[in-house]
Each structure stands twice: as C-alpha cells, then as structure tokens.
Write a new protein. Sequence first.
Length: 138
Amino acid sequence: MRVGMRELVLLSAVLGLVMIYAGVRLSEPERVETRNLTSGMVGSQVLLSGRVMDLYEHPDGHLFLQVGEENRTVSVPLFSSLRRGMRVEMLDWVEVRGRVKEWKGELEVVPGRPEDVRVRREPPRRVGEIGEGEGGRL
C-alpha cells in the first residue's frame, strides 16, 4: 500500500507541473508583426515589436506612437498615467504587450501597465558600419 501512495503523490506532482506549464503557455500573448495584425484579433492580447516610425505628444501628456516598418505601422497610445518617466524617441525599438483595439477604423495595441512597454535605444551608427544587406532599411 505504501508503494501505491508514493506513486499517487508522484503522479499528482507531475500532473500539477504539466498544468502549471500549460497555464503559463496559454497566458502568454501571441507575438505578432504589424503586417500580420488583423481585425480578427480585436480583443486579444498580443506582443508587438518594432521601430517607432512616428510619434505625437498630446498637451495632456499622452504619447501616441506609430510602431512597425516603413510601409506598415500600428498605433500604440501611451496614456499619461502609463508613461511616467518613460522616454521614447523616433527610431527606438519598442516591445509592447497589449490588447488589440479598433479606434476610428484603425487597429491599435493598447498596453495596460508601464511594464508592458519596453524601449531599447540603439546608438547612432556611422555610414561605414552599415553592411551591404542593410542598405535601404532603417
């Protein structure tokens, strides 16, 4: 009987770990590129990354980013309560975890917390440092 109890405890522990792993995997947002964002994703959580191609600072402190590639961008609104102390500049690389919404017929990714936005600033590069394969790209 004692051996049966050990097996039951071991099986329960393994099943618990499998359930925790599945829960974590299911709670992770889908990683998408701007060109793959569709209206069918409205309401879902996504992880969007790209360059800041344009930005507008509202007088109330909100910052509206256009994130993506040269030919396709998605709006990312950073409301004043969310962006305290956050510096974002043109051509910064950002990673945004947020909910896909539609505003005035356009898709946007709206982060809910400051930690949902990560900014990576890259130092300027000299022309001679740019490789052949990078010509014509930002």
